[in-house]
Write a protein that binds this ligand. Structure first.
Ligand code: ATP
Length: 778
């Protein structure tokens, strides 16, 4: 009976309690020399209990069985398929959770309602003085996926009447489309909640909305620990790990963790290193600490994405399809990790597709969506009774998760109205709790103790309260809520980050340079392309620079060189943002850094490489083609080339920020071609129709070409000494400048205009990126 007290009052458990500690929660309750259940029987008992909640086929262990092994249930149980119809008996008398010891409603040795998987596991954990087993939440844990640290402040999240509308264009008409139709619910600390539903039901959308990732177009009420959600605080409390674990492939696990630690914790040192090691160890990644991210498996990538966000020990974690692409064993382990995170007092919410019966049993709460409405909101163990109450009986030998999806997909007819009504679109609390569940009551306890702001001593559901308030004020349906436009904008872009702007910039520049150096395609090949092109062009136009007979060829050479540098600089940049967008979205959303520091880092980090490439090409070409070997002229020429590269990079940044890779590759060159036409090389400005001459002023390449020509031929250059023809009309350089309409030019003005255009475009690229990021999240 001692253990009864423990289980009956889970609220007394300390908040900062390691999951493993729960096994010996109250050592005084259980005598030291109490008989222990065998490892085997415990494992089987846990397994039996898990299956009990999901499928009664193998749920009911033989009453009084010492072995504790599962035995097939009788046919009536099979047909009934409701967990409550299953008998639950202790697996090993005296040590395992006896019915009398756990549930006061069930008498010793008699039949008691079958616990859910969560109940059974937690019962095991809370009452048994057993030796810690691998996978102490009931999941086999060969990799040691235990998670150690508990949260400081648990957080309950409630939402009421959430509506989300998107605006799409159909045949040039803007049409509003409602994705979420006034759903409500509550996700509690200490529980693992899964959002399930058929494809397109709105699972990811709901997660996006609840996490704050999507906020434009959202209406409804969101409460955190009973108080209206404060976006900034919530950002600090929560992390969102999206479906595709977008990570930098060129970093090792350790490097990725180090960057995350500095940016998320704002400090380094031995303490932080210890945290990193512990986090990696707890997620089974320590042995891969020096592995490049690109070499990690899908499951390891997802774990790394979790580890990165776990560093800041957030009390709320959102996971979008964390098990997608994983095999059944890894899926089980992955959900086991989420469950452990929840057991440490976190609110863990994930979307999941067709979980197996075993995985389904690891979930605490289920939020079932169909067509943007809530079909069920309650404990996983109550799902089948709930459906049965609506006349939807799960066929024998069927996975309850599959059955729920079939029902919501319409395989058994259209039950949308009945399901939405029965769940009151998520408001109903009828199915939320099972008696004696660690999860539910534990969460309530956490909420009571940790969430003082809620001040909700009588455990009245936040949703119920919100509903009541809504009906009292009768304004819920029209009140622009926390998700409203203005709040959304302010909240997202004026965040407070754990580190200063300069530290973010420093870390991001370091990371970008490191990645760049390891990216052979973008870094090494870029360098060699410039080297080879310099040699080729130098060989083709060998020694023509000082020959008055080849002034026009030299003009073409200088123009081509500008074009070459322009295209290479542009091409390198159009890929920068589109490929990184998922990473930027995740890291920026999870408060690693501001967009400003990221943008600046990306643009600064490319300067050394682009500068080196420009120098390599220019030096080789300049020397081989015998341009004037005067330091001032060479420096002026190099500067103009660098400024053209800078401006072309800026255009690449604008295109990269505005378009997807595939669009950028097609439309990008079109964005820079007009600059070449209006550069003054093909048609002189004075020869163009007067109504088109302004376009020459808008072409930055015109300033580049003018600057180059002035650097090479301008400012009183002496007549060319060489003339390989009988007659050389342009022996005097100023004559050629006059011919090309460049004689009145000013080198420094060209340089300044180029710099201004390049900088203005960069600023534009920043705002385009900001806009794009916003669209990316819609
Ligand atoms: N920005 C948007 N514009 C137009 N429609 C959208 C937008 N976002 C979501 N939708 C639509 O809303 C519905 C729900 O999308 P969501 O991605 O949330 O579904 P889901 O349940 O997560 O699906 P899946 O399981 O296939 O990932 C889909 O029909 C989708 O096409």
């Amino acid at each position: 009976m001692a253990s009864t007290a423990v289980v009956a009052d889970p609220l007394r458990r300390p908040l900062r309690r390691d999951f493993r500690e729960s096994r010996v929660y109250n050592p005084t309750v259980v005598p030291k020399n109490a008989p222990l259940a065998s490892t085997e029987s415990l494992g089987d008992a846990a397994l039996c209990s898990r299956v009990a909640a999901t499928s009664c086929r193998t749920a009911c262990p033989t009453a009084g069985s010492d072995s504790g092994r599962c035995s097939p249930s009788d046919s009536s149980t099979v047909l009934d398929m409701t967990p409550s119809s299953c008998a639950w008996t202790a697996c090993a008398s005296g040590t395992c959770p006896s019915s009398s010891g756990v549930d006061t409603a069930s008498s010793s040795g008699g039949s008691a309602p079958a616990p859910s998987i969560a109940e059974a596991e937690d019962r095991d954990l809370m009452t048994l003085p057993c030796t810690p087993q691998p996978g102490d939440d009931g999941v086999d844990d060969p990799d040691g996926w235990g998670v150690k640290s508990a949260v400081d402040e648990p957080v309950n999240l409630a939402f009421e009447n959430i509506r989300y509308t998107v605006h799409t264009r159909v045949r040039l008409r803007r049409e509003a489309r409602r994705i979420l139709h006034g759903v409500s619910g509550e996700f509690r600390a200490g529980q693992l909640t899964a959002i399930m539903g058929p494809s397109g039901a709105g699972k990811s959308t709901l997660l996006d909305v609840l996490s704050g990732y999507t906020c434009w177009g959202v209406r409804g009420r969101l409460l955190v620990n009973g108080a209206p959600r404060d976006t900034r605080t919530f950002q600090r409390q929560s992390v969102y790990i999206q479906q595709d674990a977008a990570l930098h492939p060129q970093l090792t696990v350790k490097e990725a963790m180090n960057v995350a630690a500095v940016l998320k914790l704002g400090r380094r040192g031995p303490e932080v290193q210890k945290t990193i090691v512990e986090t990696l160890e707890s997620l089974g990644l320590l042995s891969h600490i020096d592995t490049m991210t690109a070499s990690l498996s899908g499951g390891q990538l997802k774990r790394l994405a979790t580890a990165l966000e776990l560093l800041s020990n957030p009390p709320i974690m959102f996971f979008d399809e964390p098990t997608s692409g994983l095999d059944s064993s890894t899926t089980k382990q992955c959900v086991g990790v989420l469950r452990r995170l929840a057991r440490q007092g976190r609110t863990v919410v994930c979307t999941i597709h067709t979980p197996s019966a075993l995985v389904f049993g690891l979930l605490d709460q289920l939020y079932l969506l169909m067509d943007g409405r809530c079909a069920y909101n309650g404990h996983t163990a109550n799902l089948l009774p709930y459906l049965a109450s609506l006349g939807l009986r799960c066929p024998p030998y069927h996975n309850p998760a599959d059955f729920a999806l079939e029902v919501t997909s319409g395989d058994y007819g259209d039950h949308t109205a009945a399901l939405v009504q029965a769940s009151d679109n998520g408001r109903s609390q009828l199915w939320g709790h099972t008696s004696n569940t660690h999860s539910a009551e534990g969460a309530l306890g956490l909420a009571r103790r940790g969430a003082g702001r809620a001040g909700d001593a009588d455990c009245e559901s936040t949703v119920s309260r919100m509903s009541r308030q809504s009906s009292e004020t009768a304004s819920a349906s029209v009140t622009p809520s926390e998700g409203g436009r203005g709040r959304c904008r302010r909240g997202r872009f004026n965040q407070v980050y754990p580190t200063t702007f300069w530290m973010q910039l420093y870390m991001l520049i370091r990371r970008t340079i490191k990645r760049g150096l390891r990216d052979r395609m973008l870094c090494h090949s870029r360098f060699y392309i410039h080297l080879v092109a310099g040699l080729l062009i130098g060989a083709l136009f060998l020694d023509i620079g000082g020959d008055a007979a080849h002034v026009f060829h030299n003009f073409s050479l200088l123009f081509f060189s500008l074009m070459f540098l322009m295209f290479t600089a542009f091409s390198a940049m159009i890929l920068a943002f589109p490929l990184e967008m998922p990473i930027i979205a995740r890291e920026h959303f999870n408060r690693w850094y501001s967009l400003k520091s990221y943008f600046l880092a990306v643009t600064i980090a490319d300067v050394p490489l682009q500068g080196l490439c420009t120098c390599v090409y220019t030096v080789i070409m300049y020397y081989m083609t015998s341009q004037p070997l005067e330091p001032a002229r060479f420096i002026q020429y190099l500067l103009i080339c660098a400024l053209v590269s800078y401006t072309a990079q800026s255009i690449g940044l604008v295109v990269g920020a505005a378009m997807k890779v595939e669009h950028g590759v097609v439309f990008g060159p079109l964005a820079i071609l007009p600059f070449t036409i209006f550069s003054g090389y093909f048609v002189l400005m004075k020869d163009a129709p007067s109504y088109m001459q302004w376009l020459f002023h808008a072409s930055y390449l015109k300033y580049g070409l003018s600057g180059c020509m002035l650097a090479v031929y301008g400012y009183g250059r002496a007549p060319l000494s060489q003339c390989s023809d009988d007659y050389c009309h342009f022996k005097r350089p100023e004559k050629f400048l006059a011919e090309t309409n460049l004689d009145g030019g000013n080198y420094w003005l060209d340089a300044v205009v180029l710099f201004v255009i390049g900088s203005a475009l960069r600023l534009a690229a920043y705002f385009v990126l900001k806009l794009r990021l916003r669209q990316f999240r819609q």
